[in-house]
Design a protein around this ligand. Structure first.
Ligand code: AHR
Length: 490
């Protein structure tokens, strides 16, 4: 039996809701078809945004959306995406599939999407190939409420009032697609560009996010902390789970048990990455004023057969739900430093929460994990510990990965991932100084290959979990192999 201890007397940090964000790039069918179909589309839409996707994202409580890239951001010139659609410039999306980008989805459309979703905006600027003036003017265009050339231009284009811009990224992956810069060079560039990312009002203080490291590049973090420090509000981290290598990544729904475990073990590397970047940041910022922002994470497989390799379209199985569950538990546990994260990406690209096919849409196993974990948003992380065995022969892969929080109304939320393919886990949970009267639970589980298809959309879904019994100070539960379970304790 595994012992699970939750300590409500140990209130640690607020789990910022923005940890549950997603990322939408002008890549493949993420923006076009995935969220934006245009007003004249036969697909039901409001101002061009497809209703099915918007409703699903709202239902999962999407708090923040990152846009327009990704690598696309450092080639994007925002003025191409404003004004009458007929006169907007067309360009080739050189990074992603060489297709024509007609700029019909631009700044106004992005904020309209955020409005419909009721979520916050995270916009990434072009440092790699854009000018300081261009970046500065974009922020002025989006946020200035007075009389100025950019505010006037926004008004001419139909939006009298500025929008609320919560986060602004000063470049993306500037160590590679965003300009192939060294950490030192980027740090200097950041200081220069960020100087002109102005705060135009007290009501809208824009949090500036610097391009951070790729995975375990600790030197990048060190240089940025040393040279930029408090001139940034957040430092981003990108880490993708690739089961094989970049040449042969592996398939989304066909994989062996060994490949399953390789995937889960690589996803669990996130724990070490967050822990070590946090420790490094502590040396310069012990008060944790600068956030670690994991603004790209998720699984990355070979594209589905017959699809454009530049579109990064992949299916999504129960294995992905395990990755999502364990990763979100890691972020919760580090919520004193991790203040935002954005899974890559929202629709039709990499580890998506939804897939579309013409007017059809399905929700992926990953979607249900986000929906399930919604209860953690803005709750307070509690001290917790679970006994468990290590499933990895050489490295670290706990069978059970958990986090626990308390909501404002006193409900304790616990999410437990069982990563084993074969072993259930008999868990005895004790909650310190608490008399428990009711526990409800829901589960996402299945064969790790199970996934939803357009001809079988409900194969994987959230179900009530009745394998739980209430004890005087907690509960006992047998969680099945390959499962994500949420317990709500009153
Ligand atoms: O998410 C796909 C790509 O992965 C992004 O454009 C880039 O930032 C990263 O390398």
């Amino acid at each position: 039996m595994e012992k699970y201890l939750i300590n409500p007397n140990q209130k640690l940090s607020t789990i910022c809701r923005d940890i549950y964000g997603t990322f939408s790039e002008h890549l493949g069918r993420c923006i076009y078809e995935g969220v934006y179909v245009g007003k004249d589309s036969p697909i039901p839409n409001v101002n061009g945004m497809r209703t099915d996707v918007v409703e699903a994202l709202k239902e999962a409580g999407l708090p923040v959306l990152r846009w327009p890239g990704g690598c696309f951001a450092d080639e994007y010139h925002w003025k191409d995406g404003i004004g009458p659609k007929e006169t907007r410039k067309k360009m080739i999306n050189t990074h992603w599939g060489g297709v024509v980008e007609d700029n019909s989805f631009g700044t106004h459309e992005f904020f309209e999407l955020c409005r419909q979703l009721g979520c916050d905006a995270y916009v990434t600027g072009n440092l790699g190939s854009g000018t300081v003036q261009e970046m500065s003017e974009w922020v002025e265009y989006m946020t200035f409420d007075g009389v100025s050339p950019m505010a006037d231009l926004r008004k001419e284009n139909g939006d009298e009032k500025p929008w609320r811009l919560k986060y602004f990224g000063v470049g993306n992956e500037n160590w590679r697609c965003g300009g192939n810069m060294t950490a030192d060079f980027y740090a200097d560039q950041y200081r220069r560009y960020a100087t002109y990312v102005r705060n135009y009002s007290f009501q809208n203080r824009v949090k500036k996010i610097a391009c951070g490291p790729s995975g375990g590049d600790y030197n990048w973090t060190d240089v940025l902390m040393k040279k930029v420090g408090r001139a940034m509000d957040g430092l981003s981290l990108h880490y993708y789970t690739v089961p094989g290598d970049w040449g042969h990544k592996g398939k989304a729904t066909e994989f062996t048990d060994e490949e399953y475990y390789a995937t889960i073990e690589k996803a669990y590397v996130m724990e070490e990455l967050v822990h070590r970047h946090d420790a490094l940041m502590d040396r310069y910022d012990p008060d944790k004023r600068i956030a670690l922002i994991v603004d790209e994470w998720g699984t990355w497989y070979d594209v589905e057969e017959g699809t454009n390799p530049g579109f990064l379209y992949q299916q999504n199985a129960v294995r992905d739900a395990i990755v999502a569950g364990l990763t979100l538990n890691i972020f919760n546990k580090h919520s004193d430093r991790v203040k935002m994260a954005n899974i890559a990406q929202t629709v039709n690209v990499l580890q998506s929460v939804a897939l579309t096919d013409g007017e059809d849409m399905l929700l992926t196993p990953t979607y249900f994990v986000f929906k399930m974990f919604r209860d953690h948003q803005d709750a307070t992380l509690l001290g917790s510990f679970i006994t468990t065995q290590n499933l990895s022969e050489k490295g670290r892969l706990p069978q059970l990965i958990e986090s626990a929080s308390v909501k404002e109304d006193g409900t304790i939320v616990s999410t437990v991932v069982n990563t084993s393919l074969t072993e259930p886990a008999d868990i005895l949970c004790q909650i310190a100084d608490t008399a428990v009267s009711k526990v409800t639970a829901e589960i996402l589980t299945g064969d790790p290959h199970d996934h939803n298809r357009f001809d079988d959309k409900d194969k994987v879904a959230l179900r009530p979990f009745d394998g739980v019994t209430v004890t005087p100070d907690g509960f006992r539960a047998a969680t099945p192999p390959c499962s994500v379970v949420k317990f709500l304790v009153k």
